[in-house]
Design a protein around this ligand. Structure first.
Ligand SMILES: [Zn+2]
Length: 121
């Protein structure tokens, strides 16, 4: 399996798995009124370093997990859970008075798969 492009920054990593659920606007199943399940979805490889915000009127860039991964690598952690609040806001610049902060929250757990240690000879 080919690692994601951003993982090239971390040659010691083989893969990064992410499990997540999002709280806020646009989260959950749009076809039912069931609130989003407060449990992580299935783990999948992190394809990009930014997880998009589910709020359709949000103009933020989403949730950046790059910093978390680099901290985990530095501390040599394998699994860690995070909570990140979106730093985008809703509304266009023309409607500044109607603007409000997007408060969507991403709950996620990162699993780092390290490359096997190279024997030092
Ligand atoms: Zn947002």
């Amino acid at each position: 399996m080919l690692a994601s492009e951003f993982l090239k920054t971390f040659p010691m990593l083989h893969d990064v798995l992410i499990e997540s659920w999002q709280e806020g606007m646009g989260a959950g199943n749009p076809y039912t009124t069931t609130p989003p399940g407060r449990s992580y979805g299935l783990p999948h490889s992190a394809a990009t370093r930014v997880i998009p915000c589910a709020n359709r009127s949000c103009n933020g860039r989403g949730f950046d997990i790059f910093q978390d991964i680099s901290e985990m690598v530095r501390e040599k952690l394998h699994i860690k859970e995070f909570v990140q609040v979106c730093c985008g806001d809703e509304g266009s610049p023309k409607e500044a008075q109607r603007r409000r902060d997007c408060v969507n929250t991403l709950h996620y757990r990162l699993t780092l798969k390290y490359e096997p240690e190279q024997p030092s000879s």
